[in-house]
Write a protein that binds this ligand. Structure first.
Ligand code: TA6
Length: 304
């Protein structure tokens, strides 16, 4: 567990980066600079929120009913899904989306960039719990840049003597005016696996993505930038990426959100996940010594 005073002494940037403990015992880094604010939980290296000054509403959504407890995934923000995406391919007893998002990470560096943005480096700490689930020698780190845009890089280094196969995602929840009032561009013509209702049919996207029921789609073999057009908030959110061949679009809709218990009565209407991933047939194989970087950049701008 992070020692608050030591963390603040070593990595705090007066007035711009500080660590605090929130109810439930998680340690959170608060970032506040000329461009806006963000919060990053040390558990999972989890960017919980991002609110650029240019926007009336936050860009990254965090459920008002999220549970903040050790070992429990946080509903909202940018969960780091790693080293597998979705259910574990062989052992259903293992946690969905891997373990990276529910184990401790530690800050390894903080700095202020010339443009006033804050750059934070974090590393997943080696634990017996993690090795028990995934007995490989690997380095996993995050580089988060909080500025007028939000950039996140998830970096995996194979430090073992055999190939590693990785599934991963930055499983980002974006704040929107209303799920019935958005369109997502950038995936036109892409093939996707339709996972809604537990299925896995392979389909092709026709036109922009419009959501009117539970939506859970893994778009395959696409490196395209996506744009969430939000008529209610009169803004669009650009989701640029590299090192990612899959894009997941998810909204649980009412029944599934109620079952999950941490969306609240209508939280699901105010969010959409557009996740930059490597999943299904897009898994990443890392040979010994190789490094893989999944990178995203989020930007919000007024609709013209
Ligand atoms: O990315 C979509 C998805 O795989 C959905 O199937 C749903 O399970 C969602 O992730 C959230 O998963 P979580 O384990 O965070 O509740």
């Amino acid at each position: 567990m992070t020692d608050l005073s030591a963390a603040n002494a070593r990595f705090g940037l007066s007035g711009r980066i500080r660590f605090k403990e929130i109810p439930g015992g998680l340690v959170v880094m608060e970032v506040s600079n000329i461009h806006g604010n963000a919060a990053i939980a040390m558990q999972g290296g989890h960017v919980m929120s991002w609110h650029p000054k240019s926007q009336v509403e936050p860009v990254v959504w965090l459920s008002r009913f999220a549970k903040f407890a050790p070992g429990k995934s946080i509903r909202g923000g940018v969960p780091v899904c790693w080293p597998w995406f979705g259910p574990h391919p062989a052992d259903p007893a293992l946690p969905a989306h891997g373990f990276a998002r529910t184990v401790p990470w530690e800050v390894t560096a903080t700095r202020e960039l010339e443009n006033g943005a804050s750059e934070i480096a974090l590393a997943l700490t080696e634990t017996g719990q993690a090795r028990a689930m995934w007995p490989h020698r690997v380095g996993v780190s995050l580089r988060v840049t909080v500025g007028a845009t939000l950039e996140i890089a998830l970096i995996t280094q194979n430090r073992d003597d055999h190939d590693l196969v990785i599934g991963e995602a930055l499983h980002t929840y974006f704040q929107i005016g209303d799920i019935g009032d958005i369109r997502i561009r950038g995936l036109e013509g892409c093939e996707y696996l339709d996972k809604a209702g537990g299925g896995s049919a392979r389909r092709r996207q026709d036109g922009p993505v419009v959501l009117s029921a539970e939506t859970d789609r893994i778009y395959l073999n696409t490196e395209a930038e996506c744009v969430i057009e939000d008529a209610r908030l009169q803004r669009r959110i650009r989701v640029a990426k590299s090192g990612s061949r899959s894009t997941v679009v998810w909204n649980p809709w009412t029944a599934k959100a109620d079952k999950m218990g941490d969306f609240g009565p209508d939280g699901w209407r105010r969010m959409v996940c557009v996740e930059s991933a490597n999943a299904a047939e897009n898994l990443v194989t890392l040979v010994p010594g190789a490094e893989h970087r999944l990178w995203v950049r989020y930007a919000a701008e007024a609709l013209p």
